[in-house]
Design a protein around this ligand. Sequence first.
Ligand code: AMP
Ligand code: FE
Ligand code: FE
Ligand code: ZN
Length: 290
Amino acid sequence: MTSPTGPAPRIDLHAHSTASDGTLSPADLVRAGADAGLDVLAITDHDTTAGWAPAVRALPPGLRLIRGAELSCHWSGAQPPVPLHLLAYLFDPDHPELVAELTRVRAAREARGERIVALLRADDIDVSWPDILSGAAGGTVGRPHIAQALIRAGLVASTREAFGPDWLGERYRLPKDDIDVFRAVRLVRAAGGVPVFAHPRATRRGRVVPDELIAELAAAGLAGLEADHEDHSPAEQAHVRALAAELGLLVTGSSDFHGTHKSVQLGAFTTGVEAYERIVAAGVTEVASG
Ligand code: AMP
Ligand code: FE
Ligand code: FE
Ligand code: ZN
């Protein structure tokens, strides 16, 4: 991977497809990764591995694919619990307990989506749950799919506006029945995977967890922290880097690409080779090569 003379490899370890709330199919996602000049891309759909096989089949020559997922979690040390995201790389997709947990969370997302729609409809907002579910086209359903329905109804102009406080960001925001983060870290490790805390300091998304919790997660098996991410300010990125150094955790940077559901582009933030190599060494699933 390392070349003493060539340019540094471009490694983006967080991207979504239509298997969850991205807008490119898994096949189009890997093609877009190659077009963006990436050497390594991770597919990390919310609570599913459904995009892995089609992404591997379409993998263009020269691109390596890390198979992963982004697990919906919560920390119950605050009230109400703080929602957070755990990236999981190179785990066994057939690990029974993890498979059962992901299946349960996807069902919980559907129940929660339907309840959000009921709240909207109670306020005479004309959105339809069957339409939203068909908009997700079998992928893990999330608020971005509800945002699309609000846009179609002419109620908001953009996904960003749909995530504002008057809509899905606060007034019509409901929690989902997701995974306790300590259980998630242990499950990912039990399945041979590598757990990395996604955008841990993203204060612009809402509440964040204290550094003490991150230290406890590190003791429980957390491998790394995502530092470079568009939802972190430069000060937040620096803070995450310093914390990772203190705790001996690896540091990643990634786009969290969602196609047209967000404006960020593939490769907007990248991960260093050293962190990539630590992830590959720790994971049970091979990196796929095009
Ligand atoms: P959910 O998983 O249903 O709670 O929805 C969270 C998802 O919504 C995240 O994974 C992002 O894809 C997206 N999201 C969150 N905040 C924003 C925002 N401000 N603008 C656009 N998309 C967002
Ligand atoms: Fe998302
Ligand atoms: Fe996330
Ligand atoms: Zn993500």
